[in-house]
Design a protein around this ligand. Structure first.
Ligand SMILES: [Zn+2]
Length: 171
C-alpha cells in the first residue's frame, strides 16, 4: 500500500485549514488585600508600602506576608514619590513587535525610604527621544520623581503614574 502525501502551501492553509474565531477574551483578576490598597493609594496620589517589624524591611509593591521572615507584615507606610534608578532599558519595540520611532524606557525604581534592592517597575520620561540622548541623560543611581496623571483622571492603577522624570539639581 502506498500513501502519497501532498505538500501544503498557503493556498491549502487558507482554504482547508484556516479557522476563524472571534473569542470573547475577558478576564478578571483579584489584586488581593495588599495590592488593592496599593492601587487605591495611587488613585489618591499616595504610594503605600508594607513594613515587616521582624526584618525591618519596607516593601513595595506591598505584601501582607514577609517571604524572608515567614510571618505577616505589620504596618502600612506612605512613601514619597521620589526614588532612584536601579536599572533601565531602552526599547524601540512595542509589545506587538512593531517598531517605535521614540523609545520606551522601562526602569526599576527604588523609592526613597524603601529597603535596599526593593524596586517597582515603571518607565522613564523627559530623558530624550533617541538612544544617544537617553544614554547621555540616564544613569544608574540617578534621582527621579513620579509624574502623576491629573487627579480626576486617575483610576487606581500603576498607570496613574505616567512616568518618572529626573530631579533637576540646582546649580
Ligand atoms: Zn521580614
Amino acid at each position: 500500500m502506498k500513501f502519497e502525501g501532498i505538500s501544503l502551501g498557503l493556498k491549502e492553509f487558507e482554504k482547508e485549514i484556516k479557522v476563524e474565531w472571534k473569542g470573547k477574551l475577558e478576564y478578571e483578576w483579584d489584586c488581593g488585600i495588599a495590592l488593592s490598597k496599593f492601587m487605591e493609594g495611587l488613585k489618591h496620589g499616595k504610594i503605600l508600602a508594607r513594613k515587616c517589624y521582624a526584618c525591618g524591611r519596607i516593601m513595595i509593591p506591598p505584601r501582607m506576608f514577609c517571604e524572608r521572615c515567614f510571618r505577616p507584615t505589620d504596618e502600612w507606610i506612605e512613601l514619597g514619590d521620589e526614588g532612584e534608578i536601579l536599572t533601565f532599558s531602552v526599547s524601540f519595540v512595542n509589545w506587538d513587535a512593531s517598531r517605535r520611532k521614540k523609545p520606551e524606557i522601562p526602569a526599576v525604581i527604588r523609592l526613597l525610604g524603601t529597603s535596599e534592592n526593593m524596586g517597582i517597575l515603571h518607565k522613564l520620561g523627559e530623558v530624550g527621544d533617541t538612544l544617544e540622548e537617553v544614554l547621555k541623560n540616564v544613569k544608574i543611581g540617578m534621582k527621579v520623581k513620579a509624574v502623576w496623571k491629573k487627579e480626576k483622571e486617575r483610576e487606581g492603577a500603576i498607570t496613574d503614574i505616567l512616568y518618572f522624570k529626573p530631579i533637576k539639581r540646582r546649580k
